[in-house]
Write a protein that binds this ligand. Sequence first.
Ligand SMILES: *[C@@H]1O[C@H](CO)[C@@H](O)[C@H](O)[C@H]1NC(C)=O
Ligand SMILES: *[C@@H]1O[C@H](CO)[C@@H](O)[C@H](O)[C@H]1NC(C)=O
Ligand SMILES: *[C@@H]1O[C@H](CO)[C@@H](O)[C@H](O)[C@H]1NC(C)=O
Ligand SMILES: *[C@@H]1O[C@H](CO)[C@@H](O)[C@H](O)[C@H]1NC(C)=O
Ligand SMILES: *[C@@H]1O[C@H](CO)[C@@H](O)[C@H](O)[C@H]1NC(C)=O
Ligand SMILES: *[C@@H]1O[C@H](CO)[C@@H](O)[C@H](O)[C@H]1NC(C)=O
Length: 873
Amino acid sequence: MERTVVVQIALFGLLLALASTLPNKDDWDVYSFHINSTVTSRYATTVITSRVANRMDESKEIEFHVRIPKNAFISKFRMFIDGQVYDGVVKAKEQAQQQYTEAVSRGESAGLVSSVGRTLEEFKTSVTVAAHKKVTFELTYEELMKRTHGKYELQIHARPMQPVRDFKVDVYIHEEAGISFIDVKGGLSTKDLANAITKTHADKQAWVYFYPTVDQQKMCDSCGDQGMNGDLVIVYDVNRDNGLGHIKKSDGYFVHHFAPSDLPRIPKNVVFVIDQSGSMHGRKIEQTRIALLHILNDLAEDDHFGLITFDDRISYWKRELVQANSKNLESAKNFARNIQDRGSTDINEAVLQGARMLNAHNREGSASILILLTDGDPTSGVTNLEKIQSNVRQAIAGKFPLYCLGFGFDVNFNFLEKMSLQNNGVARRIYEDSDADLQLKGFYEEVATPLLTDVTMIYVGGTNLTQTNFSHYYNGSEIVVAGEITDNNIETFTPQVVAISSNRRITFSNPNETVESTGTVSDDHIQRVWAYLTVKQLLDKELQLSGPEKEKVKKEALELSLKYSFVTPLTSMVVTKPLGETTDVLHKPKEGERSQTRPPSRGHPILRQPTGASGSGFRSTGSFPHQRYKHRQYTPFRGYSARMPDYSDYEFFLPTVSAPMETTDAPLLHRFLLKAEKQTIPVCFDVSGAVLLKLLHHPSGELYVNGELDSVTNGGFNKIVIHFKTDQHVEIDTKGVTVRDGQAVTHHTGQDITTAGSVTVIVRNKEIDIGAGDMRLVILVHEKNGQKFLWPVLRQHPSANNTQGLLALEPIVYEEVHQVPVTKLTIKNQEIDVTSDSTVDYTLVSPPTMPCWLMSAESALQRPVTDFYVAQL
Ligand SMILES: *[C@@H]1O[C@H](CO)[C@@H](O)[C@H](O)[C@H]1NC(C)=O
Ligand SMILES: *[C@@H]1O[C@H](CO)[C@@H](O)[C@H](O)[C@H]1NC(C)=O
Ligand SMILES: *[C@@H]1O[C@H](CO)[C@@H](O)[C@H](O)[C@H]1NC(C)=O
Ligand SMILES: *[C@@H]1O[C@H](CO)[C@@H](O)[C@H](O)[C@H]1NC(C)=O
Ligand SMILES: *[C@@H]1O[C@H](CO)[C@@H](O)[C@H](O)[C@H]1NC(C)=O
Ligand SMILES: *[C@@H]1O[C@H](CO)[C@@H](O)[C@H](O)[C@H]1NC(C)=O
């Protein structure tokens, strides 16, 4: 009974965790916390870097404690202490077990990864740091994005445990197919924090930056003295060509994403097998009724359906499947409203009856689906788990998928998972919470629209393929196959998909291929996608097998986990700490495992999961609780909007002048970009000469940012000055930063953090980050023809709305005037002459060139450009 042993370890771990004294967080200072996530071809690699200083006169235990998505594999962990690097090493679990046991027997809290909430796992470790020394923790994890409901979701959990001066999240997405939309959701993108998020979307690439100030980190919904604790969820999808999809090849490996959507739906036959045993009593049965009513409403007229409820007896609504017409649906809803909890649980008989109904209902050109919802172990009829599994397997005989929904934590999830996998389905956990009905409905929606059945993915010239046969393909999902290209011979490699689309056999070929340029130095990205997918599928396979076959698959999965350094349920990461300290061992829990935060059994909870505290909800419902908030995006040089405030009342402070500087030579042109609302192509305009520009003026916040355009390069600015209150001034040029706080003056050229009043200046490599009040501005240092120049990017717009300047502009709203080629746009009912041109978007660290509509500055700004001139920096 492997499971029992594991549970004991988890509980033992909990007791130890409770017994050991927690490090006192006041004694250390998390002075920098970065999350950097790069997504390419739907494969995300995220690096969390936390830098902590021990400010005390004695050595202290410092903790690193983060949450990562359950689907991810940790692939690297390192600590930097006093010039030394301590690398975590991935080892087979058995091998690491001894070190773990030793640590536990010494009474030390070993490092661990444990499951929290629905989508996250916790990673925790600690290290002793000498007085006034620093430690850097760096954790890397990888995951393949899964498409559900027509989108991918990248979940980033931010919980630095303190407000952090240098906090940032940088997300970069690159999809060759083109990004069709991108949104930022989750608990951290609401209200107070929304304007710390900037989002840039340019066809194949997208960037999301989240730069909250220290004050904001205390202000948000779930924040406090402990700083932020919540999620950013980046939601996006890619363009589809409806053919064979996209194939990316690199270094002898390929990954194929297949997700056509312009196919007709296939009518389905669906049987719902619903547990109504006594344990479903109360809210569970109530939520099940509600979900069923919604699901019945969503059935299409050409769907056929059946409904079975069971305890120790089976109740049929009807013994056979019937058409989902309004009369039948009404009757089924009545049946659903009257489902009552009683008795024990005969899963065996119920699933067999469901299978019998589907088997008896042979309908040409349809897709059959069996859905089981249960909240407990089988307690009546056949109760031997293996016997049930073999009965069910025999009854279904591979003809349709079985989906098992395990409600709550009293279910034997391993059992359900194994049974689903044996029958081409998946198991899903339904969390006991107020939104359980939405979770049920969300799952149903994933399988509501079958588009293809009997999908076979064929790769001539491919080898070591991941799963290639899929019984159903549903709208909004995606089939991903990865493999090796035999002898890396791209010429002979021919992919093809054969499938059945409502009675018709169809073949997809001729992909829109993307071949990675072979010039890139050893890009193992696609190979890692292959390894990730292979390990996941081997772990699923291992679950279904027994005996020597199981051992073989397990060995294979273990070898790959070790080779690619993945922390999986078969491996552990061993972190050797500095001299005199112990070794940490990090285990990844299995999904079926009860973790320390879950109640071990009904009625005896040890620690309840705080509802809604950790994370933004069930990923399958498609509706985030925070969706109702609109986010305003603040990116520099947005378009003019009607809400441009009247600022005559403070011209007193910094008078604007209307005379541009005289230039005798041919003037240098600086090109500015204005993002457009609802349109992908931005607007651009040129400003000539070495003028002084008003970047951001916020009189009530006493904040003024001005910049001087470079007179040597036509890139950007050579000097930017920030005035805050009356005392603090920050001057940035291409050589460094000067901070004046009253009479005190400091110069900074290397990486550094300084504070002056409530102004924080973080000097990084090629990036100066300034926080002043509730504003956060980043000045990027770019280089062109060997000349450096500056470019300001507003990462956090001041919350007040009476700001002005180039950085305060809102996106421009335009329409193209219909003609070919386009030479005019309409802006505010005015036709404006434009030419199709291009510009470089310097708001990004690696600036891309993008197309833009070039127009006069006056048209773009909707006022004379001289309104943005200032007399002095
Ligand atoms: C984030 O990670 C990517 C890939 O490792 C790297 O190229 C990039 O420089 C990193 N960005 C930051 C801001 O550290
Ligand atoms: C491939 O992509 C191009 C543009 O990216 C598109 O015009 C073409 O129709 C696509 N081909 C197929 C077979 O879908
Ligand atoms: C599949 O999804 C796409 C995009 O969401 C939608 O446009 C299309 O109508 C759907 N197809 C069917 C058959 O529902
Ligand atoms: C890939 O397949 C070849 C045979 O086609 C086999 O020799 C090799 O071991 C496989 N590699 C992996 C990593 O499974
Ligand atoms: C995949 O399906 C094809 C055709 O249905 C079949 O010939 C083949 O054996 C299947 N392969 C596997 C691995 O199940
Ligand atoms: C500015 O914000 C205040 C309060 O937040 C609001 O009352 C006022 O109407 C806003 N002004 C404009 C021009 O939006």
